[in-house]
Write a protein that binds this ligand. Structure first.
Ligand code: ACO
Length: 431
């Protein structure tokens, strides 16, 4: 890293020299760690200007629509790789050779089953539970089953916990779906790819003759998994790091990430896109909803549009759009009214002055919601599919953080705006 300095003038103090640090790509950062000793904190709600950690996993250039995982473009990875290969890359920093790839896949296969006792967790939930509620509980509950891998200071424990999480997420998510519709759980099939197995566990029914999932739909699922696998220090990944910074166990950390992902401003967006399209209902209603999205007094936002980092285009959205057309064409759904409505909405929003001026483009979830619907995955499962995929990024970031000792607990400060100290008033003297 190169180093130079910035100078900060503070009232009634000598100027403070702050090191400017340069990564290999991206904006330089001003190292403010010593500011606290000068009697000042910085104020940055939402971390609009704050780098919270050093990381070598993912790079995003939001202005130019670039997303790199370990230096490889997302387009390259989507076209040439598979989800499991990407998991290996995110966790280990390099693409695997054939032997490493085979070993990694076979190790994942060894962990796809969940403990039979874990099945009982499901029956405690109402059938109507949101799958994300089940995921938060069940993934956190994994901590109770794997005492052999909870020592976070042991690299082998960290590795096995990471592998278990990646391997079991599709099984746990598919079980949440099966439970919600009252069908028996379907066990994983280890002769299938990760994406194929996921579709198998979601849609196979023991009473029906076994049919392997359609390869085009398997490819679409693999692409959804690749495109959502990691995205730098987003809200859920930062949450996993924050939970991990207290030395919490990996299953608890990932459960925290699942909770953060659930919100509609983050992973809940793909479900929210479909809810919005259903609410709009017909192309005639689009102008009314566009007007609502622009009205500051109306909380309605066009879901699937805008991104905190991508202010020109979301490179994942382009790749997801390709898959969207491929799947809809394959399933003969190009005339589907909801899809036509979505395309009309996209066209109108892309030409609307408000959206153009604020650089609000369709994000990956605008298209992934439509693809997931075509795959017949119910809306409530969309965020669970996202969580399954993002587990790769969460564990990679958790591993990276623990591999960079010393582990320092995340403890932000605040700008206090409450009362100054005041005397307690007994209840009979309060007015
Ligand atoms: N519809 C209408 N207006 C919008 C939208 C939208 N989808 N998104 C942003 N704006 C407006 C805001 O009102 C704001 O206007 P102002 O400058 O007049 O106040 C301006 O555009 C900037 O928006 P911010 O909310 O400040 O941008 P921020 O970076 O904080 O938010 C976010 C990004 C949360 C993604 C936002 O665009 C949004 O809510 N989009 C819809 C939800 C969504 O699709 N989320 C998925 C994100 S991708 C992912 O998680 C994989």
């Amino acid at each position: 890293m190169q180093k130079d300095d910035a100078k900060l003038e503070l009232p009634n103090k000598e100027a403070v020299e702050l090191a400017i640090k340069h990564g290999t790509l991206g904006q330089p950062v001003i190292d403010i760690q010593q500011l606290g000793h000068q009697g000042y904190f910085t104020f940055d709600p939402g971390f609009m200007s704050t780098a919270s950690c050093k990381s070598a996993i993912t790079f995003i250039d939001g202005d130019n629509g670039i997303l790199l995982h370990r230096g490889y473009t997302i387009a390259d990875l989507v076209q040439n790789s598979s989800y499991l290969e990407l998991c290996y890359l995110l966790m280990n920093g390099e693409l695997p050779d054939q032997t490493q790839s085979d070993n990694f896949s076979s190790e994942i296969r060894q962990h796809t089953l969940v403990h039979e006792q874990l099945r009982n967790f499901y029956s405690g939930f109402p059938r109507s539970s949101h799958p994300m509620a089940i995921l938060c509980g069940v993934v956190g509950g994994l901590s109770a089953f794997y005492h052999d891998s909870l020592n976070i200071d042991n690299p082998e424990h960290r590795h096995i916990a990471a592998m278990r999480l990646i391997a079991k997420m599709p099984t746990i998510a598919a079980m949440a779906y099966k439970y919600s519709i009252g069908q028996p759980f379907v066990y994983p099939q280890n002769n299938m790819s990760y994406a194929e197995n996921f579709l198998h566990m979601l849609f196979s029914v023991p009473a029906e003759p076994e049919e392997r999932p359609d390869p085009i739909l398997v490819n679409a699922m693999d692409r959804i998994l690749i495109l959502h696998a990691d995205h730098e220090q987003n809200a859920s990944t930062s949450t996993v790091r924050t939970a991990g910074s207290s030395a919490a166990n990996p299953f608890a950390c990932i459960a925290a990430g699942i909770a953060a992902l659930w919100g509609p401003a983050h992973g809940g967006a793909n479900e929210a896109v479909l809810n919005m399209l259903e609410e709009i209902g017909s192309e005639n209603n689009i102008p009314k909803y566009i007007a609502r999205a622009k009205d500051k007094s109306d909380p309605f936002r066009l879901m699937g549009f805008g991104h905190r980092v991508y202010k020109n285009f979301d490179p994942r959205a382009k790749l997801m759009q390709e898959t969207c057309y491929e799947v809809l064409n394959h399933l003969d759904l190009l005339d589907d009214p909801l899809f036509k409505l979505a395309m009309k909405l996209e066209k109108i929003a892309l030409q609307d002055e408000y959206f153009v001026e604020k650089k609000l483009y369709p994000n990956v979830d605008f298209y992934s919601g439509i693809v997931l619907r075509a795959l017949k995955i119910p809306k409530s499962m969309y965020t669970a599919v996202f969580a399954t995929s993002r587990t790769a990024g969460w564990v990679a970031n958790w591993l990276e953080m623990l591999g960079q000792p010393p582990l320092r607990i995340t403890r932000p400060r605040q700008l206090y705006t409450g009362h100054t100290q005041r005397p307690f008033v007994p209840i009979d003297k309060r007015t």
